[in-house]
Design a protein around this ligand. Structure first.
Ligand code: NZQ
Ligand code: ZN
Length: 381
């Protein structure tokens, strides 16, 4: 184990009816002006917006809507939200959605408190926000675990970079599996695959063996696979959705990462692919993971063997990667770049740009050169 300091910032209210039971109390300690932030409108169709707005108004809050937060949120949308928060003197932000809405709000919360350009401040000056508006999250699409950490992934369209930014973690997270029931099948599955990916990316970090987080990560992987298989049989299985909702939070709430380094190279490739294509995060990961792992399997043979045995019941390191690839297929997730929905056609030139601009991880089983990254991406074509 390496040195660490661990503190947990987010209070979690889990279970059916969690917002009805706890939201009024959760926002009671904050000021009157609440920003209710959401995406493209699913919350209006499924009734979640009306339910939350009523709770907030009954709690004496003045509600300002911040709507239209897109998947893979842009830095321009962050600026729109921060401007609105300043104009309306917002005291508290309630993010209602999946990773995209929650991430956008985390950065709005920081940008609303400074006139500096937050992207420049973080990426160029390496300074991080010290003051943020308090915020909470109501999860309607699980998978990213964004509700329980202080990072946010934002696309800077001008710079063509999708990258992680530091912000404040939500003060509370409301996780009601019932709120995810209207989520389309493919988003449920791709979100769950994102969870599986987070646990794998943490596990394959080049850390000492027998770290307790390896054991927890493997348990989360197993549980995620079991519950994804339940959803393949019955997408409306609320118990499976509920299990996956907690797997999602557990995989990205930082517990797995204390005292160790992590991999996250597949995520770096997918994020930069997202900057060029706007593709779905979990689906992009499903395409990239097997190709990446075929390259590094020989560099972490023992770990892959253990992963194969404990998650998929196969014997060798090589089989473990193929078992993962077969599972992706079984889930109906994309297996090739051409199967991803993209605003731009995915060509070898585009993949070369991704390879040339993505972050390269140094604490994975083997640091990759940019030529090999390009090779991996081309193997996904
Ligand atoms: O916009 P609306 O209309 O709400 O529709 C959304 C969106 O189209 C829909 N949706 C959400 N809840 C729904 C629903 N539809 C019906 N019923 C509901 N209850 O789902 C679609 C996808 O939502 P989105 O938030 O984009 O998905 P996800 O949760 O997968 O988030 C992806 C973003 O999170 C980032 C990704 O890079 C990507 O930008 N990540 C954030 C992380 C973090 N902060 O810790 C870690 C991850 O690795 C990831 O990078
Ligand atoms: Zn992810």
């Amino acid at each position: 184990m390496q040195k660490f300091v661990y503190e947990y910032a987010t209070k979690v209210y889990f279970g059916e009816g969690a917002a009805r039971e706890h939201l009024a109390e959760a926002v009671s300690g904050y000021g009157k002006n609440v920003m209710l932030a959401y995406g493209g409108g699913s919350v209006k169709k499924n009734g979640i917006y009306d339910e939350l707005k009523t709770i907030l108004e009954n709690a004496g809050k003045t509600v300002t809507d911040f709507s239209g937060i897109m998947s893979n949120p842009t830095y321009a949308k962050v600026q729109e939200g921060a401007k609105l928060a300043k104009e309306q003197k917002i005291d508290f932000i309630l993010a209602v959605g999946g990773g995209s809405v929650i991430d956008c709000c985390k950065i709005v919360a920081a940008q609303a408190k400074t006139d500096k350009d937050l992207w420049e401040m973080e990426m160029t000056e390496h300074q991080f926000p010290t003051e943020v508006l308090p915020m909470g999250a109501v999860v309607t699409a699980s998978g990213t675990g964004a509700e329980m950490n202080g990072g946010a992934v934002i696309t800077n369209e001008e710079k063509i970079i999708k990258a992680g930014m530091a912000a404040a973690a939500p003060r509370f997270a409301i996780l009601d599996p019932e709120y995810t029931m209207s989520l389309p099948r493919m988003q449920v599955i791709s979100g769950a695959f994102d969870t599986l990916s987070h646990a794998m990316e943490t596990y394959f970090g080049n850390s000492d063996q027998d770290n307790v987080s390896d054991d927890v990560a493997l348990a989360i992987m197993r549980n995620t696979v079991v519950n994804m298989r339940r959803l393949l049989k019955n997408v409306n299985d609320i118990q499976a959705r509920s299990n996956l909702m907690w797997d999602s939070a557990m995989a990205e709430n930082g517990i797995l990462k204390v005292g160790r380094v992590t991999d996250f190279q597949a995520h770096q490739l997918e994020h930069q692919l997202g900057a060029y294509t706007d593709c779905n995060h979990g689906q992009g990961l499903a395409v990239i993971h097997p190709a990446y792992y075929r390259h590094i399997v020989k560099d972490a043979k023992e770990k892959f063997e253990r992963f194969g045995k404990e998650v998929f019941g196969v014997e060798s390191a090589g089989e473990s990667v193929e078992a993962l690839a077969a599972f992706i297929k079984e889930c109906g997730l994309p297996t090739k770049m051409g199967e991803l929905r993209s605003k731009t056609e995915i060509t070898p030139e585009l993949l070369k740009n991704v390879a040339d601009t993505c972050n390269v991880i140094k604490c994975n089983p083997r640091e990759l050169g940019r030529d090999e990254i390009y090779e991996i991406l081309m193997e996904c074509m």
